[in-house]
Design a protein around this ligand. Structure first.
Ligand code: C2E
Ligand code: CA
Ligand code: CA
Length: 654
C-alpha cells in the first residue's frame, strides 16, 4: 500500500513542478536572506549609500537567481532519473511477481504429480538416509514417514542386483544414473516387495551431488506371475508333480552328479481304462482319480524317489539307489496293491488297476530317453499280452518292438504295392432266410510271408496314421463292390465295413463316406459301419458327433464284438445304434455253457426293448443256429452260413 501511494505521489509531481518548487523555495529563502542580511550589514557598518546598497543587493539577487536556476536544473534532472529508475524497478518487480506465480504453479503441479503418482519416489542424502518419500510409497509399503525418514536405506532394502545402497554413490557418480535395478524390500507388513528403481543424482546450485532420487514401481505381482509361469513349465498343475520336462532335467542332473555306476529303475505307469473313467464319470472324476494316484505314489515313495506325471494318464518314477531287482519288485508290487485299494468318488467305490513297465539302468539303457522308451514299450507289451500287471524290459519285448516297426514298414510297402484285398462274409436274416448284408473283411497276402490275418496287423497300425490309409482303401473298395452288385442286381441289401476305434473318432470320417457314397451312387441306408465295443470307451463325444452325422446320411451303426467290453445297453440307446453283434466267444459256447446262454438271452431281450437288431457272429453249427433263431435272434453270421470269400464267390450264391 505504502509503495503504491509513493508511486502515485511521484506521478503527480512532475520533475518540472518539483524542480520549480524547490528552486522557488530556495529563491524566496535566499531573497529574504539577502534583504535581511543587507539591512543588518548596512546598519552595522554604516556604509549607507543608496547606490552601493542597490548594487550589493542586485549582486546578491543575481547570485540567487543563478543558483536557483542551477538548483532547478539539478533537481529536474535528478527527478527524471529517479522516475525512470522507479519505472524500471516497477517493471522488474512485476516480472518478478509473475515468475514467482509461475514458479508456485509449477511447484504445486509437481507436488500434485508426486503426491498422486503411482510411481514410487524416494529421496536419499549422500549417506543413503531417506530424506523424503511420496504418498504412494507409504500407501504401498504401509510405512509412515516416521518409520522411514532419516533411516538408512539398507534397513529396508536388500539388494538383489548386488548394489549395496551405501555404494550407490560411487556407481551413480560414474554413470549419473542406475536404471532398472530390482530391489527387494520388506514392507511395513513384513512382506516382501520387489521394486524396480531408476536412481539418479540430485545436485545443488553449485553442481555438487547432494543426494539421490529413486523413481520406480512395484513389480511384486509381475515377478510372482513370472515365478508361477516358470513353475507351470516344470510342474503339473493338477497333481503338483514334476512334469515330463522337469523330470528329464532332474534325471540328467542325477546322472551328472551321481555318475553312471549309480543304479536306477525307471517305472512307466499307465492307469488301466482311465479313458473309460473319464468318459463315463466325467472329467471331474478323471481329475480326481489322477490326484488320488499322485497322492498314493507320493505317500508311498516320499522324497526318496522322483515321481512325475508325464502324460494324461501316465506316471513315471525314477527309483533312486535301488540295490536289487527284489527291491524293485517290492516297490512295484506295493504301488500296485495300494492303487488297487478301492477309490471312492461321490460315495461310490471304484477299483483301479495299473500296468507298469520297468527299465533298469545300466542294463536297459544309459540315458533318460532309452530308459523311458524301454519302460514304455515294456508297459505296452504288458498290456497287450495281459500276462501280468508289470513287466521288466527284456529281449523278447525288444524283439517284438523291432518286429512291430518292421511290420509297420511292411504295411506301408503293401499299401503302395496294392497287396490288400477284401473278402466278404454273408449275414442271413433268420426268419426270411434271405441275405441281410455282407461284412467286408480285409485280406493281406504277403509276397513272402503269405496270408497275414487282420488281427496280426490291424491292432499294430491302429496307433499310427496308417490306419486311415487302410480305412480309406476299405471304404472305397467296399462301396465300389456294392455299386457293382447293385448294377448286377445282386440281392445283398447292405454292405458292412469295420471301422477301427481311432478311425471312428477321426474328423474326416463322415466326409470320406459321404463322398464315396456319392461317387459310387450307393445309398447311405445300404451301408453298415461296425465299431468295436471298446471303441466307445474313448472320446465318447467325438464318436457321438460322428454317429449323429452318419445317421443323417442314413448310414446304420453296429456294435461289434458285443459282450466283451464295458458298454451298458442304456448307453447305447443314447448313441442311436441299429445292431448289436454278439461276440463269437459267447456264441461259441451257447449250446454248452449255460452262463453264455443266459447272457445271450438277456442281450436279445434287452435289445428288443431298445429297438435294436441282433446279429450273432461265429455261428459254426446247426445247433447254434437253431438255438439262436428260437431265442429270437434276427440275423446270423458264421462259417455255418458262409465263410468269408472273394466277391466273385458270393456272386454265384446271391
Ligand atoms: P470281426 O469284425 O469280428 O470279424 C469277424 C471275424 O470272425 C473274421 O475274422 C471272420 O473271418 C471270423 N469269423 C467269421 N465267422 C466265423 C466262424 O464261424 N468261426 C470262426 N472261428 N471265425 C469266424 P478276420 O477276418 O480274421 O477278422 C478279424 C478281425 O479283424 C475282425 O473281427 C475285425 O475286427 C478286424 N478286421 C477285419 N477286417 C477289417 C477291416 O477292413 N478294417 C478294420 N478296421 N478291421 C478289420
Ligand atoms: Ca466286424
Ligand atoms: Ca466281431
Amino acid at each position: 500500500m505504502k509503495k503504491d501511494k509513493l508511486i502515485h505521489h511521484t506521478n503527480k509531481s512532475t520533475p518540472h513542478n518539483e524542480a520549480l518548487r524547490i528552486s522557488a523555495l530556495f529563491f524566496i529563502a535566499s531573497f529574504l536572506w539577502i534583504i535581511i542580511s543587507d539591512t543588518i550589514y548596512f546598519n552595522f557598518i554604516g556604509e549607507n549609500t543608496a547606490d552601493f546598497r542597490l548594487i550589493y543587493t542586485y549582486n546578491g539577487l543575481v547570485f540567487v537567481i543563478l543558483t536557483s536556476t542551477m538548483i532547478y536544473v539539478l533537481v529536474y534532472r535528478s527527478m527524471n532519473k529517479i522516475i525512470k529508475l522507479d519505472r524500471t524497478l516497477n517493471i522488474k518487480n512485476h516480472i518478478l511477481n509473475e515468475t514467482k506465480n509461475d514458479l508456485y504453479k509449477h511447484q504445486s503441479l509437481l507436488y500434485k504429480v508426486i503426491d498422486n503418482s503411482s510411481l514410487i519416489i524416494i529421496n536419499f542424502d549422500l549417506d543413503c538416509n531417506i530424506t523424503n518419500a511420496n504418498p504412494y510409497f507409504y500407501t504401498l509399503t504401509n510405512f509412515t514417514s516416521r518409520d522411514v525418514i532419516g533411516k538408512n536405506a539398507n534397513a529396508f532394502f536388500c539388494d538383489v542386483c548386488n548394489y549395496e545402497f551405501n555404494n550407490l554413490r560411487e556407481h551413480i557418480k560414474s554413470s549419473g544414473t542406475i536404471s532398472n535395478i530390482e530391489v527387494l524390500m520388506i514392507d511395513g507388513n513384513q512382506e516382501e516387495r520387489i521394486l524396480l528403481l531408476n536412481i539418479s543424482q540430485l545436485k545443488n546450485k553449485t553442481g555438487e551431488i547432494e543426494g539421490f532420487i529413486a523413481v520406480g514401481m512395484d513389480i511384486t505381482e509381475t515377478k510372482q506371475l513370472e515365478k508361477t509361469i516358470k513353475l507351470l513349465g516344470t510342474y503339473d498343475t493338477l497333481t503338483g508333480l514334476p512334469n515330463r520336462r522337469y523330470f528329464e532335467g532332474k534325471f540328467e542332473n542325477l546322472l551328472k552328479t551321481q555318475g553312471q555306476n549309480w543304479k536306477y529303475a525307471l517305472l512307466y505307469i499307465d492307469i488301466d481304462n482311465f479313458k473309460y473313467v473319464n468318459d463315463t464319470l466325467g472329467h471331474h472324476a478323471g481329475d480326481s482319480l489322477l490326484i488320488h494316484i499322485a497322492e498314493t505314489l507320493k505317500g508311498l515313495l516320499g522324497n526318496k524317489h522322483l515321481i512325475s506325471r508325464i502324460s494324461d494318464d501316465e506316471f513315471a518314477i525314477i527309483l533312486c539307489n535301488v540295490e536289487s531287482k527284489n527291491e524293485v519288485d517290492m516297490i512295484v508290487r506295493n504301488i500296485q496293491e495300494n492303487i488297487k485299494k478301492p477309490w471312492e468318488f461321490e460315495n461310490q467305490k471304484f477299483y483301479v488297476s495299473t500296468t507298469i513297465g520297468v527299465a533298469l539302468m545300466p542294463k536297459d539303457g544309459n540315458d533318460y530317453i532309452s530308459l523311458l522308451k524301454n519302460a514304455n514299450i515294456s508297459m505296452e507289451y504288458c498290456k497287450i499280452n495281459n500276462k501280468a500287471n508289470y513287466c521288466y524290459f527284456n529281449e523278447e519285448i525288444q524283439r517284438q518292438f523291432v518286429d512291430n516297426i518292421s511290420l509297420l514298414n511292411d504295411v506301408k510297402r503293401a499299401i503302395t504295392n496294392k497287396e490288400f484285398t477284401l473278402n466278404y462274409q454273408l449275414i442271413k436274416e433268420m426268419t426270411s432266410e434271405k441275405f441281410h448284408s455282407a461284412e467286408s473283411l480285409i485280406r493281406w497276402y504277403h509276397p513272402e510271408k503269405g496270408y497275414i490275418p487282420p488281427m496280426n496287423f490291424i491292432p499294430a497300425i491302429e496307433k499310427t496314421s496308417l490306419i486311415s490309409e487302410i480305412r480309406d482303401f476299405v471304404i472305397n473298395e467296399a462301396l465300389r463292390q456294392k455299386s457293382q452288385w447293385n448294377k448286377m442286381g445282386l440281392d445283398i441289401p447292405k454292405i458292412g465295413i469295420n471301422i477301427s476305434a481311432k478311425s471312428f473318432r477321426s474328423e474326416d470320417l463322415v466326409s470320406v463316406i459321404k463322398n464315396k457314397l456319392a461317387e459310387y451312387n450307393v445309398g447311405g441306408n445300404e451301408l453298415i459301419l461296425e465299431l468295436t465295443e471298446t471303441g466307445f470307451v474313448e472320446d465318447l463325444e467325438d464318436v457321438k458327433r460322428n454317429i449323429i452325422e452318419l445317421k443323417r446320411l442314413g448310414v446304420e451303426i453296429a456294435i461289434d464284438d458285443f459282450g466283451t467290453g464295458y458298454s451298458s445297453l442304456a448307453r447305447l440307446k443314447d448313441l442311436q445304434i441299429d445292431y448289436l453283434k454278439i461276440d463269437r466267444t459267447l456264441i461259441m459256447n451257447i449250446d454248452k455253457d449255460n452262463n453264455a446262454k443266459e447272457v445271450v438271452i438277456s442281450v436279445i431281450q434287452m435289445s428288443k426293448v431298445l429297438g435294436l437288431s441282433v446279429i450273432a457272429e461265429g455261428i459254426e453249427t446247426k445247433e447254434q443256429y437253431e438255438l439262436l433263431r428260437d431265442l429270437g435272434c434276427e440275423n446270423a453270421q458264421g462259417y455255418y452260413i458262409h465263410r468269408p470269400a472273394p466277391a466273385k464267390e458270393l456272386e454265384k450264391l446271391a
